[in-house]
Design a protein around this ligand. Structure first.
Ligand code: ZN
Length: 158
């Protein structure tokens, strides 16, 4: 396993559309292992493959409960609303308020490409939407209401 370099806003790869994963090759398995390691090392709650420069539809999430791997994820259903500060490993040191659904249901494939459904509320719902949007080339900064703030400033206010 290895820590990979996280691409930052301004890197054009982050605006590209990731491709469907059709086969779990050893190379894809290494990528998945590295994504988890890279996310944990950076203290993130989610990471999409595009953020380490690989245009594959793979997402890893850990909101503190269990590691979640999502291959070729799609949103099936959303409901409700939550507004709160969001951040991204590709936009280091910044945060901004984003309104997201309170509940999200998605379908994805696991490491054997078996399909499963996942439901989340609150932080997990936010992470699911945020990470799946990365796969279509979107960053949360497009949705920030009000200013994009320095994390340090927000922490001082709190
Ligand atoms: Zn992100």
């Amino acid at each position: 396993m290895a820590i990979r370099t996280i691409r930052e806003m301004g890197d054009p790869v982050l605006n590209k559309i990731s491709k469907e994963v059709k086969e779990i090759t050893p190379r894809v398995q290494d990528l998945i292992d590295d994504m988890f390691e890279t996310m944990y090392e950076a203290n993130g709650v989610g990471l999409a493959a595009v953020q380490v420069g690989v245009l594959k539809r793979i997402v890893v999430i850990d909101t503190g409960d269990d590691p979640i791997l999502l291959i070729n994820p799609r949103i099936l259903e959303v409901s409700g609303e939550q507004t709160g500060n969001e951040a991204c490993l590709s936009v280091p040191g910044k945060t901004g308020s984003v309104t997201r659904p309170h509940y999200v249901k998605a379908v994805a494939q696991d490491e054997e490409l078996n399909e499963f459904e996942i439901e989340g509320e609150e932080l997990l719902a936010r992470a699911l939407i945020h990470e799946i949007e990365h796969l279509d080339g979107h960053l949360f900064v497009e949705k920030v209401e009000g200013p994009l703030m320095d994390v340090e400033m927000v922490e001082e206010e709190a």
